[in-house]
Design a protein around this ligand. Structure first.
Ligand SMILES: *Cc1c(COP(=O)(O)O)cnc(C)c1O
Length: 380
């Protein structure tokens, strides 16, 4: 079976990023492999990160956690976003730590642990300013109080207390300092209720690299694990991260057209001079988002060339000018920055599309084949 595009994932880059970030953060790392490892393949990325020294895996959902276990990965894992009626029995039986933000969820986890006859290991999440998940205000002492009661009764063990930052990519921001202060207070409340968490964590990639006071026992790294600088290429993220993914394809049609030729759907693009058009078999269903239309470029024939006209679901057209291009020529949509402004990067695609690099990476569609380089022997 051959796919129309490949996302080539260099697992040596993942390993190198783990080592780079660990040496800066000086803490244990949690490799965040949610959303299929930001589109890179959760299982191979998890294995590579663990082999390189990451101690934890982080995922959003129970099904993501259980998929790691099904692949034979037994490393410490935290799952943090659950419906109240999720199958906590399975998570507990699989030895996955459950992130808990509400007393409703806590009760469901305790009930599941009771049914199984095994204590659940939970990590309580405080809301320190993001106003998403986590307990805020009076809900935090209430959550902590119930958790302590259930811990004393033997239904759960509270291993962790944690939270998530709102604007860690702005290191000097007052918001960041205030979140750290709110978090420290939440921690004090938890300890005074009798909890004794081994694992206190707040930092994401940006904070791991640039905000020492957020590091506590562990940093949860997503974007930087995949080799994308959370600060956009200058400043504290310029530490030699290596982009892991190269999205590439092949030219499938070439035609010479006169001036005045309309390209792709709609009236949007008409050639201004005689030129050569190359067709790529990747479109917005594969991650080449329409939001980047009019700005996006690819690497083709040793040069950057623009995507012209509308990006369709399955294909797009590149104006190569007078460059000699043939059917079968290799095209790089984005890949590692070689420092020479050659092939486009994920960060550039994000700028062209007015979004963040996370959305570009997770937008790479399911029909793009994932091809992993430097896959090593089994680990747990
Ligand atoms: C996605 C996520 C991370 C990783 O964030 P990056 O900024 O990509 O490093 C860390 N923690 C939580 C709770 C997340 O949801």
């Amino acid at each position: 079976m051959s796919a129309l595009g490949e996302a080539v994932v260099d697992l040596d880059a993942i390993a190198s990023n783990v080592r780079t970030i660990a040496s800066i953060a000086g803490t244990e790392l949690m490799a965040v492999v949610k959303a299929d490892g930001f589109g890179h393949g959760a299982v191979p990325v998890a294995r590579a990160a663990l082999l390189a020294g990451a101690g934890w895996l982080g995922v959003t959902s129970a099904s993501e956690a259980l998929a790691l276990r099904s692949a034979g990965i037994t490393a410490p894992t935290l799952s943090w976003l659950h419906r109240p009626d999720d199958d906590f029995d399975q998570l507990i039986a699989a030895g996955v730590d459950v992130g808990v933000s509400t007393t409703t969820h806590l009760q469901a986890v305790v009930d599941a642990a009771h049914r199984l006859g095994v204590p659940a290991t939970v990590q309580l999440k405080a809301d320190t300013g993001l106003s998403r998940n986590g307990a805020a205000g009076d809900d935090w002492p209430e959550l902590v109080g119930w958790a302590r009661k259930y811990e004393v009764e033997g239904g759960i063990r509270v291993r962790g207390v944690w939270s998530h930052l709102a604007d860690a990519d702005a290191p000097g921001s007052p918001g960041l300092a205030s979140q750290v202060a709110v978090f420290e207070e939440a921690l004090r409340v938890a300890r005074s209720a009798g909890l004794d968490p081994d694992l206190v964590h707040l930092a994401n990639s940006a904070a791991a690299l640039a905000a020492p006071r957020t590091r506590f026992d562990l940093c949860r790294i997503g974007l930087a694990l995949y080799g994308v600088d959370p600060f956009g290429g200058t400043g504290p993220g310029d530490v030699g991260l290596r982009a892991a993914m190269t999205l590439r394809t092949t030219v499938v049609n070439v035609k010479r057209v006169p001036a005045g030729t309309g390209v792709s759907y709609g009236p949007g693009y008409v050639t201004g001079a005689p030129t050569t058009l190359a067709l790529l078999p990747l479109g917005y269903a594969d991650g080449l988002t329409r939001a980047a239309e009019g700005r996006a470029e690819v690497w083709l024939g040793g040069r950057r060339r623009p995507i012209v006209g509308r990006i369709a679901m399955d294909q797009c057209v590149v104006d190569v000018g007078d460059l000699p291009v043939a059917i079968g020529d290799r095209v790089v949509v984005f890949g590692p920055d070689r420092g020479d402004h050659a092939q486009p990067t994920v960060a550039e695609w994000a700028r062209w599309a007015g979004t963040n690099p996370h959305e570009i990476l997770t937008g790479v569609g399911a029909r793009v084949a994932r091809d992993h380089l430097h896959e090593r022997a089994e680990t747990s």
